[in-house]
Design a protein around this ligand. Structure first.
Ligand code: XMP
Length: 515
C-alpha cells in the first residue's frame, strides 16, 4: 500500500528498533524499518519525510562497524540519530566519538539548554529523566552543530544542526523510561519533518479493502485457513469486506482444540458474517498421532496432515488464485538485529510450502502491521474483546501440552483442566494481564488420597507467563489464593488428576510450551 508520508528507520541492530517504529506509528505516522546497509538510491525511492537512525551494539570507530554515506545527511531530509545513530551522525560529519570514561546504563537527568523546535511544548524550567545505554560518547561536535542538552555524564546529550534538520540524542526516546521521549519524537515527526496524522486504522482498512478489491479479479477466489485467532480473523474479515463470498475460509478441527473451541469459533465467525468451510479431521489427526511421543515428530505429523487436509479441500474450489495469510510486520522485517539462535528449537506449524505447490499467490494484508495495530483494526471492525485479547494458541494445539502419547482420555482430561484455568483467569481478570495461561498434562502418575481411598493419577502443570513477543518470557507471580482455587478445582472436578504443580521457569532457558 502506498503511504503519502513515511518515516524511514535505519536499523543498526538495537533491541529497541521495532519500538521506534511503533512509537512513530502511535503518532499516526507510517514508519518502516530497513537495514542500515540499504543504498542511498533505495532511501530516495522510499521518499521518507524523515529518517531515524537506531541505536546499535557496535562502536562507530570499530573496524567494519555499520556506517552510512555522508550524503544521507545532505539530501534535505531531516535525520534523527538515536544513541549509536547520534554518534554515527557526529562521526560521519566530522565530530569525534570516544569510549566514555564511564559506561552509562539506566536513568540520567537531562538539562535542556536552548529552546528548539525539538522541545516544542516541553518546559525548559526543569530537568527530565532519560534512559541511557551506551559505552561511547560524543567528545567533539561536528562543524555547524550545537549542544541542545546535557546530562552529568554526556556533555553532548542532544546535538543539532537545526538549519539542516539534523538531530542526535544520546539516550533512547522510544522507551517509556524517557520522560519526554514521546514529545521529542512527536516534535521531530511533526514540527521538523512536517508530517501530519495520516496513518490511522480506519484509513488503513479502507485502502486495504480497496486494494484487495482491485487486485483480485471478479472470476478469482481467495482461500484462507482460519484458526479463530486475531490475525487470521482480521485477515479474513478484510478480504471478505473486499470480495464477499469469493473468500473461502477453511477451519480445520484437528482434534487438538480446547474444550468447546470449535463450536465457539463457528459461532463467532457466523456472527461476523463469515461463512466457514468446517472440516472435522479429528480422527485422521489422532489416528496418525497414535503411539507418537517425540515432540518434533508430533509437530511434523500435525503440520503435514494440516497441509494435506487443507490442500485437498482447496482443490475442490474452482478459481482459487490466492492464499490469504495473517503475516505480521515483525515477521517480515529484514533487520540486522540479533534474533536469537538460528538453530531450530521447535518447528512451528503453518501452511508453509502450500502456495508454491498449489500455484497460489500470497495475499498478506497485515504484513505492514504490528500486533497492537491489528488489535486496533479488530476494534474498529467490531470484533469482540474475547477475540481481540485472545491469548496465543499453538498450531499443534493440545498435542504439545500432552507430554508423551496423545490419547482421547488424556485429551479429555486436559480439556477439562484447561477450561478451569481459563475460566479462573478470566473471572479474576488475570487472563488479559498475562501472555498465556494454560494447563499441561504430564505423562506421570503420582499417589494421592481422596476420602479414605488411595489414588494413583495424573499430574497437571500450570503454566502462566508474561512476555512482550514470546522471544523471552517470565512466569507470572499469581496470587496464592488464585493458584489455590485453580488447583482445588482441577483436583476436585477433573477425574484422573490428583496433583497440580506450578511451572516457575523463565524463557530462556525453558520455552513457553512444554514441547
Ligand atoms: P515457545 O514454546 O517456543 O513458544 O516458547 C513461543 C510462542 O509460540 C507459540 N507456539 C506456536 N505457535 N505454532 C504456532 O502458531 C506452533 O507450532 C507453536 N509452538 C509454540 C507458543 O504458544 C508461544 O506463544
Amino acid at each position: 500500500m502506498e503511504h503519502p508520508e513515511k518515516i524511514l528507520i535505519l536499523d543498526f541492530g538495537s533491541q529497541t528498533t521495532q519500538l521506534i517504529a511503533r512509537r512513530v506509528r502511535e503518532l499516526s505516522v507510517y514508519s518502516e524499518i530497513k537495514p542500515c546497509f540499504v543504498s542511498l538510491d533505495e532511501v530516495r525511492a522510499f521518499r521518507p519525510k524523515g529518517i531515524i537512525l537506531s541505536g546499535g551494539p557496535a562502536s562507530v570507530y570499530d573496524e567494519g562497524a555499520p556506517s552510512v554515506d555522508r550524503e544521507l545527511f545532505e539530501m534535505g531530509i531531516p535525520v534523527l540519530g538515536i544513541c549509536y545513530g547520534a554518534q554515527l551522525m557526529a562521526q560521519v560529519l566530522g565530530g569525534r566519538v570516544e569510549r566514555s570514561p564511564k559506561r552509562e546504563y539506566g536513568q540520567a537527568q537531562i538539562d535542556l539548554l536552548h529552546s528548539s523546535l525539538l522541545f516544542k511544548g516541553i518546559s525548559m524550567d526543569r530537568t527530565y529523566q532519560v534512559w541511557m545505554s551506551h559505552s561511547d560518547r560524543i567528545e567533539e561536535l561536528p562543524p555547524d552543530f550545537r549542544t541542545l542538552a546535557t546530562t552529568p555524564n554526556s556533555p553532548y546529550a542532544i546535538i543539532a544542526n537545526e538549519k539542516k534538520g539534523l538531530y542526535g540524542v544520546q539516550f533512547h526516546p522510544e522507551v517509556v523510561h524517557t520522560e519526554i521521549g514521546r514529545e521529542l519524537l512527536r516534535n521531530f515527526v511533526f514540527e521538523i519533518c512536517g508530517c501530519t496524522e495520516s496513518w490511522t486504522m480506519p484509513s488503513f482498512i479502507e485502502s486495504t479493502v480497496e486494494e484487495i478489491r482491485s487486485l483480485v479479479r471478479p472470476d478469482e477466489k481467495v482461500i484462507c485457513a482460519l484458526s479463530g485467532g486475531i490475525d487470521s480473523t482480521v485477515t479474513a474479515l478484510l478480504v471478505h469486506r473486499a470480495i464477499g463470498d469469493r473468500l473461502i475460509s477453511v477451519f480445520v478441527n484437528n482434534g487438538l482444540l480446547r474444550k468447546g473451541e470449535a463450536e465457539e469459533v463457528l459461532d463467532l465467525m457466523g456472527g461476523l458474517g463469515l461463512k466457514l468451510d468446517y472440516i472435522d479431521a479429528s480422527d485422521l489427526f489422532l489416528d496418525r498421532l497414535k503411539g507418537v511421543t517425540d515432540p518434533e515428530q508430533k509437530r511434523k505429523i500435525i503440520g503435514e496432515t494440516f497441509i494435506e487436509v487443507f490442500e485437498k479441500r482447496a482443490f475442490k474450489y474452482e478459481g482459487v488464485k490466492y492464499l490469504a495469510q495473517g503475516t505480521l510486520y515483525p515477521d517480515v522485517i529484514e533487520s540486522v538485529s540479533f534474533k536469537g539462535p538460528s538453530a531450530r528449537i521447535k518447528s512451528h506449524h503453518n501452511v508453509g510450502g502450500l502456495p508454491e505447490k498449489m500455484h497460489l499467490k500470497l495475499l498478506e494484508p497485515l504484513r505492514e502491521l504490528f500486533k497492537d495495530e491489528v488489535r486496533k483494526i479488530a476494534e474498529v471492525m467490531g470484533l469482540p474483546k474475547k477475540i481481540i485479547w485472545r491469548q496465543p494458541f499453538p498450531g499443534p494445539g493440545l498435542a504439545v501440552r500432552i507430554l508423551g502419547e496423545i490419547t482421547e482420555e488424556k485429551l479429555s482430561i486436559l480439556r477439562e483442566a484447561d477450561a478451569i484455568v481459563t475460566e479462573e483467569m478470566l473471572t479474576s481478570e488475570w487472563y488479559y494481564r498475562v501472555w498465556q495461561s494454560f494447563a499441561v498434562l504430564l505423562p506421570i502418575k503420582t499417589v494421592g488420597v481422596m476420602g479414605d481411598e488411595r489414588t494413583y493419577e495424573y499430574v497437571v502443570a500450570l503454566r502462566v507467563v508474561e512476555s512482550q513477543d514470546a522471544m523471552t518470557a517470565d512466569w507470572v507471580r499469581l496470587p496464592y489464593d488464585l493458584l489455590a482455587r485453580i488447583s482445588n478445582r482441577i483436583i476436585n472436578e477433573v477425574k484422573g488428576v490428583n496433583r497440580v504443580v506450578f511451572d516457575i521457569s523463565s524463557k530462556p532457558p525453558a520455552t513457553i510450551e512444554w514441547e
